[in-house]
Design a protein around this ligand. Structure first.
Ligand code: MLT
Length: 407
């Protein structure tokens, strides 16, 4: 008799953004005359930068010619992209990361979700709350957490982000083995200083632990004092894996391209205490289960590292940050406190009310979709997240509707 992985029964019935989509679809089906504005899931709306489109066309033409056609590429990504990433995102900033430590993939969601596979199922986890649900759910699926009790899993040490700590969690007193951090943070938009990250690196070293650093929103950092990469912190090469994505910097949410940095100096241990290379383990996993990102997509991604590409992606992220500023100002004017939006495309609003009720109010009375904070964890209750990813026209319209609904 075929049996299921019973860990799946410990999950919430559906994935947060699937849940929201269901409610929104039901609303639109019942109210076809009321167009909604989506400021919920962080999906971009602006077209790909012209350099990417040009590279895509050119690479597609190469695929039409026997002399330049490409079949399977290297699973880890083409050298032209790995080298461009290593140079522009790391060595130019003084971070010692080499091209063969970069693994190109089809998305940070997949990488953040898959990476836990290479670690033991009985390790101790530290995961922020609120948090991008993928980190928790993939560990539930793998059997590391135990059953959900009142919205929490006993196998997780929760790193609470609250108004009291400025939404930057403090380091736990207990030892943990695998630590998930995300800065600029999804969902709160909070950023971490060099000192705060240095303390996490020291904690990881002390506990022979590994930090999984999700840096998908680094291109929104404008404060020069805020680190863009965990590798700006001395010693991080020995304790951290970093995830980055082309989704939010260059509009690749539908195009799919990201990368994960696994330094060759990173070690993990077997039950007998013997050291193993995490880079070798991830390479083994990646080559077994993944066949590489399409050549034209990698060419499009590499185009963002040209001088023109850098200017175009800066203009794109500046545009969304302009939306974020408008959202922050409008929400503050309504008397609600909020954070984020200055170095991140998300604004985290302390509504002080049940977050799904607030979500329903905005949907029903303003036809605006936000993300209820409770969907990101217990500490998200009383909050909602508004995303800056939409056209200027829609953001302005949404803010006027929100103001009318909350009057
Ligand atoms: C979000 O809305 O949190 C993100 O868009 C989700 C993602 O990047 O997968």
């Amino acid at each position: 008799m075929i049996r299921i992985n019973e860990n799946y029964t410990k999950l919430k019935a559906s994935y947060l953004f699937a849940d929201i989509a269901k409610r929104v679809n039901a609303y639109t089906a019942a109210n076809p005359d009321k167009p909604i504005i989506r400021l919920g899931i962080g999906d971009v709306t602006e077209p790909l930068p012209p350099v990417c489109i040009e590279a895509l066309h050119k690479a597609t033409d190469e695929m039409a010619d026997r002399a330049t056609f490409k079949g399977y590429g290297p699973e880890q990504g083409y050298a032209f992209l790995r080298e461009a990433v290593a140079k522009n995102d790391y060595t130019d900033l003084g971070c010692a990361i080499e091209a063969d430590e970069i693994f190109i993939s089809d998305g940070s969601k997949c990488d953040c979700g898959n990476i836990q596979e290479i670690f033991s199922t009985d390790i101790k986890l530290a995961i922020p709350d609120p948090v991008y649900p993928v980190y928790v759910d993939t560990n539930v699926m793998a059997g590391r957490t135990g059953a959900n009790v009142d919205g929490r899993y006993p196998g997780i040490t929760y790193l609470e982000s609250t108004p009291g700590n400025g939404y930057v969690p403090s380091i736990p007193s207990a030892a943990t083995d695998l630590i998930y951090l995300c800065f600029p943070n999804n969902p709160t938009g909070a950023v971490a200083t060099k000192e705060q990250l240095a303390a996490w690196v020291a904690y990881a070293k002390q506990n022979k632990a590994i930090i999984l650093f999700d840096s998908a929103y680094e291109s929104y950092i404008r404060d020069p004092e805020i680190p863009r990469s965990i590798y700006e912190i001395e010693g991080a090469r020995d304790v951290a894996i970093e995830f980055r994505s082309f989704s939010k910097i260059a509009g690749f949410t539908g195009t799919r391209c990201a990368y994960t940095v696994v330094p060759k100096s990173l070690k993990a241990f077997d039950a007998a205490g013997k050291e193993h290379s995490v880079h070798a383990l991830w390479n083994r996993r990646h080559t077994t289960k993944f066949n590489g990102v399409a050549y034209p997509i990698q060419k499009a991604a590499a185009a963002i590292y040209t001088a023109e590409g850098k200017a175009q992606t800066k203009a794109l992220t500046d545009f969304y940050l302009g939306n974020a500023k408008l959202i922050r100002e409008a929400i503050t004017k309504l008397g609600l406190s909020c954070v984020g939006g200055d170095n991140a495309p998300y604004i985290w609003i302390n509504t002080g009310t049940d977050s799904w009720t607030f979500f329903d109010k905005l949907l029903n009375e303003a036809q605006v979709v936000c993300t209820p904070g409770a969907g990101f964890g217990k500490c998200g209750e009383g909050h909602v997240r508004i995303s800056a990813f939409n056209s200027r026209e829609n953001v302005e319209k949404a803010l006027a509707r929100i103001a009318a609904a909350l009057k």
